[in-house]
Design a protein around this ligand. Sequence first.
Ligand code: URP
Ligand code: ZN
Ligand code: ZN
Ligand code: ZN
Length: 487
Amino acid sequence: MATTLITNGTVVSATGRAQADVLIDGERITAVLEPGSVLLGTDVAASVDTVIDAAGKYVIPGGIDAHTHMQLPFGGTEASDTFETGTRAAAWGGTTSIVDFAVQTYGQKIQDGLAAWHEKAAGNCAIDYGFHQIVGDVNDESLLAMRGLVDEGISSFKLFMAYPGVFYSDDAQILKAMQLSRDTGMLTMMHAENGPAIDVLAAQLVEQRKTDPFYHGKARAWEMEEEATHRAIMLAKLTGAPLYIVHVSAKQAVEQVAWARDKGQNVFAETCPQYLYLSLEEQLGAVSEKWGAFEGAKWVCSTPLRSREEGHQDAMWQSLRTNDVQMVSTDHCPFCMKDQKELGLGDFRKIPNGIGSIEHRMDLMYQGVVTGEITLERWVELTSTTPARMFGLYGQKGVIQPGADADIVVYDPNGHTSIGMPVDESGKPTGRTHHMNMDHSAWEGYEIDGHVDTVISRGKVVVDDNQYLGAKGDGRFLKRGLSQYLI
Ligand code: URP
Ligand code: ZN
Ligand code: ZN
Ligand code: ZN
């Protein structure tokens, strides 16, 4: 078994930082040591196969992105990253585990949906992966099947208050699923937007010929997110279910989460980089020479990007400091403009929903450290430690300590990362600046003060010095336990 020593670095955890060396034996961390304790000339030093010099750099637990959608069939097409391309891009960006959403579609058996997801992922992933279960059809049969999921290592399920006719659950279905959540300890994850009301508003806008991507944001008003978040919280209170609100973007929705938490309810929330940085006006309202007002389609996702004038982005950063929102995932759901987003030319309702960010989450959140929005420790907590705890992986993942999987990133605060896909004068891309399977970047032009230097996944160096050294099939399925935030 190969041994690796990461030396001279600053090891950062959710609770502090220290100069320390990290010793890896095979797939696990075996020791966190005083700097220089593995002295050259000693027996231990002689047996170290690889020494990584992390002088001037941060040594952090590998990122955990707990909200991704590889190969998701959606809006008449399929998310453009496969498990192979998406997890490779994740590794490039310092993420060493994902939790993707297995899908039960309407009329399908849960077991069949889950088996199909295992088939897509098995042998294809660059990094370790787990699943949540999307339940698109809550009925007696699926409720019974859901009881078996914990034994399969799937300790959370997602319901949708949005997308009528696709994944939507009504309040009666939500209530029943939440009763199961209470009984089993599974975490209920909720897409909290009032879908039926949104669909009426969207249809009315299209009737008025307001068909551009900008109106996607207008139709999905924050009131519909606030209302649904409140409804989910009250149903969770009534049933005693633990609740996790996904992709929160409205400041009023955060207020609901904070209110419930202040009352002692087990309510948690994530936000995503797009809701911290991007806006309705600048992105959904963007106009380009190539696409005209359809340019905004690149940023069509749900919940939508919110108005900067209304202060949602500032409120999101604040919620990360106050712990009203506990973690940051990407909701990685990439679609190309060509043949995919294009489906919605002339009708924003037909634009497949989703943004690709899996490669940039660690960098984008590190930017929050650079600008003083969050501390270095909070960066690690939001991107790795809390996701591990929230979804039953902590100890194995999310921490640098003896016994944990050797999932480690050496991050260079003095390095630089340019994001985007620059184009030449004729509009042709000049080269790859990302590894996601997308023909554009939602983060075009972002300049990051920081750089993912080395990425180690279960002891194997998969990215080093701008080179990819991993392979498809390196990643294993993660059987997760119950959320470690619940007693
Ligand atoms: O726009 C989004 N978020 N697409 C993925 C599906 C979902 O609702 O998470
Ligand atoms: Zn969602
Ligand atoms: Zn999602
Ligand atoms: Zn570097």
